[in-house]
Design a protein. Structure first.
Length: 162
């Protein structure tokens, strides 16, 4: 029975590690996010999970998961004798990986389904659609060109002006 436990955990841990670190563009999102502590009374920033803390936690969980995997392999090879303490340590490592993955799933789902600020509808009244011209001020355009041409601005969006 313990051999089945170690064999199962040894198969599950790499999948959890892959899901934790490389799935759903976690590292790309983390690299592009600004994660500074939130000042009091401000909505900008994070309450606890700054980049150094995320780095420390992610590396700790990855290290514990890989060490847990190594212990399973050594127990299967007979290099480490089976004991209740060893099975408990392996189970704790597995539970840590599962809780971390569950937390990531919750945060990803909550972030993806959070109410976002809907783009406001165009204002009432006469509208002109204007965009920023890339060649602005370069003399490439005639001066009589109205600012109502349709196309992306510098930020890729279109501005509605009243």
């Amino acid at each position: 029975m313990p051999r089945d436990f170690y064999a199962t955990v040894a198969q599950v841990l790499p999948v959890l590690l892959l899901a934790f670190v490389w799935d759903s563009r976690f590292l790309e999102r983390l690299r592009t996010q600004r994660r500074h502590l939130r000042p009091r009374g401000s909505a900008d920033g994070v309450r606890f999970w700054t980049k150094p803390r995320v780095r420390a936690y992610a590396l700790t969980v990855a290290t514990i998961t890989i060490a847990d995997l190594a212990v399973c392999i050594l127990a299967l090879a007979g290099a480490i004798p089976d004991s209740t303490v060893l099975r408990t340590l392996v189970a704790v490592g597995l539970i840590l990986a599962l809780i971390t993955l569950l937390n990531r799933v919750w945060m990803d789902v909550l972030h993806a389904t959070a109410r976002s600020v809907e783009p406001s509808s165009p204002p009432d009244g006469p509208l002109t659609i204007s965009t920023d011209q890339a060649a602005e001020g370069s003399g490439d355009q005639p001066d009589a060109s109205p600012p109502s041409s349709i196309g992306p601005g510098r930020d890729g969006g279109t501005r509605w002006e009243n």
